[in-house]
Ligand binder design. Structure first.
Ligand SMILES: Nc1ncnc2c1ncn2[C@@H]1O[C@H](COP(=O)(O)OP(=O)(O)OP(=O)(O)O)[C@@H](O)[C@H]1O
Ligand SMILES: [Mg+2]
Length: 236
């Protein structure tokens, strides 16, 4: 199995103003993600889990370390150093990210959010329409919500839409930051089903979960974090 991602010696600190104080995000993180592998990260609040994901997605620029990613378009490249232009391409075409919190544009309907994610992929409009409706229905978003702005959605509805948007692209690498935090049992099962499907279709996944039960059966390996460091590479 080839590697899709190889993180080595990753350090991210935050300077606190005013003064010389520095807050540790993550330090000396090493991890490898194989192609088609699903790795889970767990750990206490504030231990640096989201920081790792944000460095990979380049929301954060790390102080040091390498994030080697095997891109379909560019070959092997270091996400810690890649140009903004390449990062923008990768975010559009290869790397998906489901945030812990949903931010939605105020004037775009649920349907348009998912459709626009698919249109980047070169499908034609009728195909996109059909695939979008299938995905929204899978996540049990009531069809009365499809043409509504999601600002007023409940937390769980927003989350399900967020996941639908990320999955619409069938990304090569999918980063998940507690995507199931506020979902009920049935919705979680729906998410799990599609994550497994994506995995069998070749997506590699790196996800943060608090729910050990959820990780069971989907994650190939579970890593543990504590105070900015990975403390175990193989919990199960
Ligand atoms: N942009 C930032 N500016 C300053 N400090 C930050 C920033 N982002 C993260 N931190 C700090 O880095 C540490 C790790 O944060 P991170 O968000 O990675 O934790 P986490 O493990 O994802 O926690 P949670 O489970 O609560 O989401 C925390 O102490 C946090 O306050
Ligand atoms: Mg977090």
């Amino acid at each position: 199995m080839g590697e899709v991602l190889k993180v080595s010696g990753l350090n991210k600190h935050f300077a606190l103003f005013p003064g010389p104080k520095v807050l540790v995000g993550c330090q000396d993180v090493h991890l490898v993600l194989g192609r088609g592998e699903f790795v889970g990260i767990t750990g206490r609040s504030g231990s640096g889990k989201s920081t790792i994901l944000k460095c990979i997605y380049r929301t954060y620029l790390p102080q040091s370390g390498h994030i080697w990613y095997d891109s379909a378009r560019f070959g092997s490249l270091d996400l810690a150093k890649a140009s903004e232009r390449r990062i923008a391409h990768l975010r559009r075409q290869e790397i998906g990210y489901v945030s812990q919190f949903l931010s939605v544009l105020p004037r775009i309907t649920a349907r348009e959010i998912v459709e626009s994610a698919m249109l980047d992929d070169g499908l034609d409009l009728p195909q996109v329409r059909q695939a979008t409706e299938k995905l929204l229905a899978h996540f049990e978003l009531d069809c009365s919500l499809w043409d509504v702005f999601p600002q007023t959605f409940s937390g769980g509805e927003k989350l399900r839409l967020n996941i639908a948007r990320a999955m619409a692209k069938k990304p090569r690498l999918l980063l998940l930051d507690e995507p199931t935090a506020s979902l009920d049992h049935e919705s979680k099962a729906r998410v799990k089903e599609l994550l497994v499907k994506l995995k069998t279709e070749g997506t590699s996944l790196l996800g943060i979960f608090h729910d050990l039960e959820f990780m069971d059966g989907v994650c190939d390996r579970v890593l543990a974090m504590s105070a900015g460091r990975l403390t175990a590479q193989n919990l199960r």
